[in-house]
Design a protein around this ligand. Structure first.
Ligand code: ZN
Length: 262
């Protein structure tokens, strides 16, 4: 298989990252996107890309693309200025930055910071526009606010990661030009709404991801997730969409290449 895991997080442990990337390659992951969201996650994403790059001539690690940004948990406390991510380290790195992310809104865990989250989200969209990059969006219990910020900024270029919303919300995001990325949650018994959304996404708008180290798919539930486990999500999703795992992998990889220009 030729799978593109569009959303994985890493730590700054170089050896662990290297071993994780090796297992991913052995499982059929040819490419992945290392996703930031905080200063630590941003550094770890760059380290993953540098690790893959250092081994590029051996050809035994997946190609690693990078998303950098400031997620909702970095939103400023009330009355202080909205933080700005310093991209100088990233610009100095040899790794190419393919997206701004993850960014977005989560009113499930932090409803009290809604206003600050929206300000930060809007600032990150502005940055993405300046750099001409797509964004990776997290949205939970914030359907209307997410659409509101996107519309205020007239923004149409990106990925809705780990989609767990309803089909009506999905339709509004598709209408605005976004890709829908499905994680291992689709394999969870209670996640019928995610299966419905996964079947609804058109062929040219569907992506797959692990969101590792979180959300290991069945039959790996309970263990720390990693990109190699995406195979289970691809197999499950192929069955849901009445296609083969190879065809689903090819389709989602082509979509990832298009949105990330790689
Ligand atoms: Zn994530």
């Amino acid at each position: 298989m030729n799978i593109f895991d569009t959303h994985a997080h890493f730590t700054e442990d170089r050896e662990k990252t290297s071993a994780t990337l090796e297992r991913a390659a052995a499982a059929g992951v040819s490419r992945l996107m290392a996703v930031g969201g905080s200063p630590e996650l941003n550094r770890a994403a760059l380290l993953a890309a540098d690790t893959a790059q250092a081994a590029a001539n051996t050809g035994h690690l997946p190609a690693v693309f990078v998303a950098l940004g400031l997620d909702r948990d970095q939103a400023a406390p009330q009355g202080t200025a909205c933080p700005r991510y310093d991209f100088s380290a990233a610009i100095d790195s040899r790794s190419r930055i393919s997206a701004i992310g993850e960014i977005g809104l989560d009113f499930h865990y932090a409803p009290e910071s809604a206003r600050a989250q929206c300000d930060l989200f809007a600032a990150q969209l502005e940055l993405a526009r300046e750099l001409g990059l797509p964004v990776v969006i997290h949205t939970r219990d914030a359907d209307d606010a997410t659409l509101g910020v996107l519309d205020e900024n007239d923004f149409h270029n990106g990925i809705i990661h780990c989609f767990t919303g309803s089909v009506p919300f999905e339709r509004k995001l598709l209408d605005r030009g976004f890709m829908i990325s499905i994680s291992g949650i689709v394999t969870f018994r209670a996640a019928e709404n995610v299966r419905e959304a996964a079947r609804y996404a058109p062929d040219d708008r569907l992506l797959v991801e692990t969101d590792s180290p979180f959300l290991a798919p069945v039959p790996k539930r309970g263990s720390e997730n990693e990109p190699a486990f995406i195979v289970h999500t691809v197999e499950f999703l192929a069955h849901e969409r009445k296609t083969t795992p190879d065809a689903l992998a090819a389709l989602t990889t082509a979509n990832a290449e298009r949105i990330l220009s790689c």
